[in-house]
Write a new protein. Structure first.
Length: 294
């Protein structure tokens, strides 16, 4: 496996504090978020790499292993266990003049030497390969918790997709990657979600934005309209003398907050007032009267 420099991906150095990691991740995630870079494959790839880097560097235990073992950090536990067993074995043989062979080179060479090595070495258990896949959803799919069946490497996996997943978000399904070696644990399955745009709603985080056509009569006189939301229709009062571009916020009518049941963002509606066309002569006369009455 090639070495991936997570510090370089986030644009920070190894002395960066947890706060530095968090700030760098947020800045880059906003820059490369798929919603802000539609049809940009490079931005999508960068967003996935940023998520991966943040997952490791924001976790103190994972970061410690990554700093010490580099590209082999996921095998750190196996290495420590094997090193301990070698030390114990060498100590037990010290009285008989046994000299334990010291490993030279990087950690990956050590792993290779232990796997299928000389007859004196025990076969080490190795973790299986991680798998990646993509699930495509529309906005309404992502709005509600639901189940899907995936076929990964010939196996069907039934998963529950929580409401509120974002476009480009990556989640891990432990133990559903490749099989381990010599009885080692399976790898994990990483799923990237691709959430398609909606013709009537735009999502930014947990908030949803919509533009609603408003006839000039309701805009001037006020009234009620029936509004489509992601959760069905609602009745909305329109104030008299509503201006074009007026924004109205509907609390709690936005997107569900990921893994926070009962919490929702807001829906912001922008009114677009439509001027009537194909007026009759009588209607034109009435508008003329209104103009002259100023």
């Amino acid at each position: 496996m090639n070495f991936v420099d997570y510090y370089k991906i986030l644009g920070i150095d190894k002395s960066a504090s947890p706060k530095d990691v968090k700030n760098a991740y947020r800045k880059l995630a906003r820059k490369y978020h798929p919603d802000l870079n539609p049809n940009n494959q490079d931005a999508k790839t960068n967003f996935q790499q940023i998520n991966e880097a943040n997952e490791v560097l924001s976790d103190p235990e994972k970061r410690k292993k990554y700093d010490q073992y580099g590209k082999d950090w996921q095998h750190a536990d196996e290495f420590e266990k094997q090193k301990q067993q070698q030390s114990q074995y060498a100590g037990s043989q010290a009285g008989g003049g046994f000299s334990g062979r010291q490993s030279t080179g990087d950690f990956s060479e050590f792993f290779e030497s232990m796997f299928g090595g000389s007859g004196r070495s025990r076969q080490t258990k190795f973790r299986g390969e991680d798998y990646t896949t993509e699930i495509q959803l529309d906005l309404l799919d992502a709005y509600k918790t639901h189940k899907q069946t995936l076929t990964v490497n010939g196996n069907n996996i039934r998963i529950t997709i929580p409401a509120g997943v974002e476009n480009g978000q990556i989640i891990k399904i432990p133990g559903h990657g490749g099989a381990g070696t010599n009885g080692g644990p399976n790898g994990d399955l990483y799923i990237t979600f691709s959430v398609a745009n909606h013709p009537n709603f735009k999502r930014l985080g947990n908030n949803v934005f919509a533009t609603v056509d408003l006839d000039i009569y309701t805009a001037v006189l006020g009234g009620e309209i029936i509004l489509d939301t992601l959760d069905g229709k609602v009745k909305l009062k329109v104030k008299p003398e509503t201006q074009n571009g007026t924004k109205v916020k509907l609390k709690g009518k936005g997107f569900p907050v990921y893994k926070n049941e009962g919490q929702f963002g807001d829906l912001q509606v922008t009114y677009s007032i439509k001027v009537p066309t194909n007026l009759t002569e009588k209607q034109k006369e009435l508008f003329e009267e209104l103009r002259n009455s100023k």
